[in-house]
Design a protein around this ligand. Structure first.
Ligand code: SAM
Length: 285
């Protein structure tokens, strides 16, 4: 197969198929030859595993995944890429290309059909405009996924992998940690892509937990509490929860005290256990 990270090969494919990059679909293709093998190896693409990929582009990562793993199913929204993928992935008989939007696709059905009896990994160079929604969809759907290894913008990766109780932590940090154990794997410079984006990137892996990190009375309320707490980062917890949940400040103060926290605590100081205690105290109101 031709080298899909070679710029001349990419230009030739694009020209023959009349393809041009779509900025709105986040099409920045990997051209650094060392990155895809690393994502595949660190992302559990191995014997006995099935891999769900999001966004194939011209198939550069798909090819590395297909070489190492039993089966690959890749969801790609852009129908212009399908004839290209039929050409670039022709040598692999273990790849299924699905021309759908990852936010709408029947992921449980895709997994059931493609990966019976296999451990399941997600690997992707994500389109950055939907980083958090895709990650949250994968985690919230409670699919039988073991790990999610994705390229994201550096800033998003730092936030997702931040420790709770630190300045970098936000609502997405808490949500991701509830469902998984996140790990920063490696940085990728903007020059590794074509076209080159104006931000650097990193690859992170989320090892999905069998049971959530904390037990809560009401999961929906837990996530509303987390989102509400971080919605006004500069306010203390009492003020931000009171305005986001529409509750009198005095009532919120009682909840915070009942959770064993100081009245003037700030959202970024809370651990996941603290958030669970606050949402459980709110559930009792
Ligand atoms: N994997 C390729 C690579 O590393 O070179 C392409 C990565 S590129 C950053 C993101 C890919 O996701 C593009 O091929 C784009 O068309 C696709 N994409 C964008 N939005 C999508 C969506 N909602 N569902 C599925 N694929 C999407």
């Amino acid at each position: 197969m031709e080298n899909l990270t070679n710029i001349n090969v990419i230009r030739d494919i694009m020209e023959r198929h009349g393809f041009s990059f779509s900025k709105s679909l986040g099409q920045n293709f990997l051209v650094n030859p060392s990155v895809c093998p690393k994502i595949a190896e660190m992302g559990n693409a191995a014997e006995g595993w099935g891999v769900l990929e999001i966004g194939a582009g011209i198939g550069v990562l798909t090819h590395e995944l297909a070489k190492r793993t039993d089966r690959v199913a890749v969801v790609e929204i852009d129908s212009r890429l399908i004839p290209i993928l039929n050409e670039t992935l022709a040598e692999h008989d273990n790849v299924t290309v699905i021309n759908e939007d990852i936010m709408k696709a029947d992921l449980a059905g895709i997994i059931k059909e493609n990966f019976p009896g296999m451990k399941i990994a997600v690997c992707a160079n994500l389109p950055y405009y939907i980083t958090s929604p895709v990650i949250m969809r994968l985690l919230e759907s409670r699919l039988p996924i073991d790990s999610i290894t994705v390229m994201v913008q550096k800033e998003a990766g730092k936030r997702i992998c931040a420790a709770m109780g630190t300045r970098e932590a936000g609502a997405v940090t808490a949500a991701v940690r509830y469902y998984s154990e996140p790990k920063m794997l490696f940085d990728v410079s903007r020059g590794s892509f074509m076209p080159s984006p104006n931000v650097d990137s990193c690859v992170i892996r989320l090892d999905v937990r069998k049971v959530p990190a904390v037990q809560v009375e009401d999961e929906k309320l837990f996530f509303r509490t987390v989102r509400g707490a971080f919605s006004q980062r500069r306010k203390n917890l009492a003020n931000s929860l009171s305005s986001s949940l529409g509750l009198p400040k005095e009532q919120v103060m009682n909840v915070i005290t009942a959770a064993g926290l100081p009245e003037n605590v700030r959202p970024e100081q809370l651990s996941l256990e603290n958030f669970a205690a606050v949402s459980d105290a709110l559930a009792k109101l």
